[in-house]
Design a protein around this ligand. Sequence first.
Ligand SMILES: [Zn+2]
Length: 712
Amino acid sequence: MFKYDAALMRWTRFLFAVALLFPLPLAAAQQKVIVLGFDGVDARYTEKWMNEGKLPNLARLRQMGTFRPLRPTIPAQTPVSWSTFSTGIDPGRTGIFDFLRRDPKTYLPLFAAFDETKEPFLLGEKNPVLAAVAVLIVLSLLALIFRRAARVVILAIAVIAAVGAYVNTRRYIPISRPGVINRRQGIPFWEAAANAGKKSTVVHVPVTFPAHDFPAGELLSGLGVPDLSGRIGKPFYFTSELDFHRAGSSNEFSIDVVQLEDNKGVIPTKIQGPPNKLFGNPPYIFIPMTLTVADDRNSVEISVSGQKFSLRPGQWSGWTEFVFPFNPLIKVHGISRFHLISSQPELKLYLSPINFDPRKLPPGFKISAPRAWASELAQVHGLYKTLGWQIDTWAISEGFATEQMFWDDMNWTVTQDRKMFDSFLNNDSDLLVQQFEFPDRVGHVFWRLMDPQHPAYNATLVPQWGDALQRAYQLMDSIVGDAMQAAEKHHAALIVLSDHGFASFRKSVNYNTWLVTNGYLSLKTGVQVRERNVEMLFDQGQFWENVDWSKTRVYAMGLGEVYINLRGREAQGIVQPGEEYDALKRELKQKLVAMVDPETGDHPVRRVLSREEVYRQFDPNMIPDLFVTNNDGYRVSWQTSLGGIPKQLIEPNKQVWSGDHCSVDPEIVKGIFFYNRKLNTDRAPYIADVYPTVLGLLGVKAPYELDGVELR
Ligand SMILES: [Zn+2]
């Protein structure tokens, strides 16, 4: 008896000692994990403001656990970095290495993350015949219950009705509808967790559209969900100003400017809705709108889609619902908000991009998994923005919106998202992942007011807006406070991270111009080249109209990528694979880094990396040959990203879009990584490390070999 007890004691002590040696894995297998993502939060500014006592919650999280700068992907772009976050694999394997890829057969740009498709609508081509047959069968069966004389009459009616059904189905029911395929490869960690029986709630992670079903939990898609026009986001600006010119506009983002015929009284106008991809004619679906300026001209009444309300200058409307009819049977439902900028002397009315109404989504348009969750969220929390890029950065960038308008829209959006987040923090999920985009959007448009050296620095705006980014980080800090409270309550592991940092975008570098000047890219003479804007991605004709491919060895496209015109890969490739290709890459590496900004003598290019140095695995037909990263202050120009070839090599960036990260060296634009635990490793976290770290906490095995490592 005694002997048995002593043995048991020894065993108990041994097990206890083992448990003390490995406290994490034993405790970890059962706990809740919260992953809170913020887009574009920079490590340097976070650290600075933590040290100044401005971010108390993050400072406390650092003190009790871990804070380290986070290494983003190469390149440090939003869809790229978040795709690697979701899947634990490098961009070479996710296939999301930029927002654009190119078709080597045509040299034309394509979206990297999505492919558009045509899906059959109901039964496609067979719709009219099947409708006619269905009507014929139903009426014939009905005829059987009647006496013979009546039966003949009913059968005659059945034939007529079937012909009618055929004709009307052909007229009103499309045979196909537009569809979207998400091209990102890999299995997101919430799906791996769900396959192991863990329940997840996933909100607004970029490149999760269309929403993919998984066994347990729910997901709401983020960046990638289009607005009703099919764009990343297109606001409207109705104005009575005659011959309206865009003040300081770059024309690179699209705004739908609508000229109003009068500035007083009753003004009829219309709103352009979705492109008519169902029937083709007319090309767009419009709905009428009537604006009535009050007699005292201090307010405007808006009448649209059966709603009527008045706004005073400076006022925002609530959610307004729009119904765009393709025909009497098929309608698309949108929601948006108006803002009256002025009612006199000129009428200026802003309308946010029109979001798909989450309660009435078109068939096949899937922004949540399960599909019904989007609508349930609206019932519980009220209407919300379904658009992936939620906050309007386009109107302020093009001079249509003031700082205050941008800020109001940002706050309003975050309040809505935060309401949902606070409720998810206390749901029964094992894993909660939510991403907030606002720090990135604020960084893009307010950086000019933090950097006196920025060409768009405006001293008069600084007193009110110079601290906008700091205020955005403080807003983030208070959301982190909510998460910390919930983590304590539920004994949850909490990871707070961003996908990349930020830098000042003072100057643009035109790589294609450099390639022309240095004899790598050859132009046909006498060809007029239009200035490019984002709209041309949707309506492409001749993208490279003045390029002579038979004499071109190198071209640049996307945000900082260089392609060799390689024989056997590009349609008109002239560079031989092997030694010629390798030598050309070596030469470009040396020469691009040596490029000099004639104004300052600085080097705009920090590193040129060949794809073999950046990714362990990749598709050689898709992944660019070279990645060019910039030094602080420089970024690849918009024109280069769109295949444009302006005259100047380096241009000052005078635009509101003044902070960026896209082509900046990832060593400069590091993101943040916070964890409510101390780490034993001294590894600098890489964004792909989050995947194995979260699965480790949940006690779930990774489904494949990863490019990140578990942080413990
Ligand atoms: Zn980002």
